[in-house]
Ligand binder design. Structure first.
Ligand code: C5P
Length: 229
C-alpha cells in the first residue's frame, strides 16, 4: 500500500508550507486539495454558475468531474493550469477561497472530486493537505496530523502573504474572512472540518515554521522509521 501522510486543519494555519517542505524532503507527491476546490469555484464563476445563493448543484457536479485541471512542477513550485491557462495567482485570492468554501459545502461536488484526489496516491508516497484528508479521502493513512493555530495568528500570517503579493488588505478584514470561512467549514453537514479520531493534534500558535516542522518530522520518524529521510 502506498503510504499517505494527511495534514488537515483550518485556513491559514500553515498546512501548505509544511506539506510542501515535507513532500520535498521525503521525495513524495503532494496533493493541495484546497487548490482543487478553489479552481472549481473560479471555473463556476467563469461559467456563470456562481455567484448564486442556490447554485445549480448538478451543473457544479458535472463541472467538478470534467474540470480540466493540471498541476505542473516548475522550478520547485507547483503551477496550476485550467485547460492551458495558468491560474496559480488567481487561485490564491480571497474570492477564490470564498467560492471554494461554497462549492465545498455540497456533498455531490465533494463526491465528484474524491477519485481525482485519490489518484494522487502514487509511489513512493503522498503528503495530502486539506480539511478531510484523514477523515474521508484517505481514512487508512498511517499518519494523520491536524494542525491548529489561533484565528489572530492565522490572520497575521495570511496578511503577510497578501502583502508580499502586493495586496493591501486590512488585518480586520482578513480576520473576519478567516473566521467566516472556519465557521462555514466546521458547521457544514458534509465532511465538516474536524480532526480524525486517530489524528495527532499539532498547535503551531507561537511556534516558528521550523519548530513546527521538527515536531512533524518526529512523528514521521515514529510512524515510518528513521530510514524514510
Ligand atoms: O486550503 P484552502 O484555503 O486552499 O481551501 C479553500 C477552501 O476549500 C476551504 O475553505 C474549504 O472550504 C475547502 N476545502 C475543503 N476540503 C478540502 C480542502 C479545501 O472543503 N480538503
Amino acid at each position: 500500500m502506498i503510504p499517505v501522510i494527511c495534514i488537515d486543519g483550518p485556513s491559514g494555519v500553515g498546512k501548505g508550507t509544511l506539506s510542501r517542505h515535507l513532500a520535498q524532503k521525503l521525495g513524495w507527491h503532494l496533493l493541495d486539495s484546497g487548490a482543487i476546490y478553489r479552481a472549481l469555484g473560479l471555473a463556476a464563476l467563469e461559467q456563470g454558475i456562481l455567484p448564486d445563493p442556490n447554485p445549480d448543484v448538478a451543473a457544479l457536479e458535472e463541472l467538478a468531474r470534467a474540470l480540466p485541471l493540471q498541476f505542473r512542477e516548475e522550478g520547485g513550485q507547483t503551477r496550476v493550469f485550467l485547460q492551458d491557462r495558468d491560474i496559480s495567482v488567481a487561485l490564491r485570492s480571497p474570492l477564490a477561497g470564498q467560492l471554494a468554501s461554497q462549492v465545498a459545502a455540497l456533498s455531490p461536488v465533494r463526491n465528484a472530486l474524491l477519485e481525482r484526489q485519490r489518484h494522487f496516491r502514487q509511489a513512493p508516497g503522498l503528503v495530502a493537505d486539506g480539511r478531510d484528508m484523514g477523515t474521508v479521502v484517505f481514512p487508512d493513512a498511517p499518519l494523520k496530523v491536524f494542525l491548529t493555530a489561533s484565528v489572530e495568528e492565522r490572520a497575521q500570517r495570511r496578511l503577510k502573504q497578501l502583502q508580499e503579493q502586493g495586496d493591501s488588505a486590512s488585518l480586520r478584514a482578513v480576520e473576519a474572512e478567516i473566521a467566516e470561512r472556519d465557521r462555514r467549514d466546521r458547521e457544514r453537514s458534509v465532511a465538516p472540518l474536524l480532526p480524525a479520531a486517530d489524528a495527532r493534534i499539532l498547535d503551531s500558535s507561537g511556534q516558528s515554521v521550523a519548530e513546527t516542522f521538527r515536531v512533524l518530522e518526529g512523528w514521521v520518524h515514529d510512524t515510518f522509521g528513521e530510514l524514510i529521510f
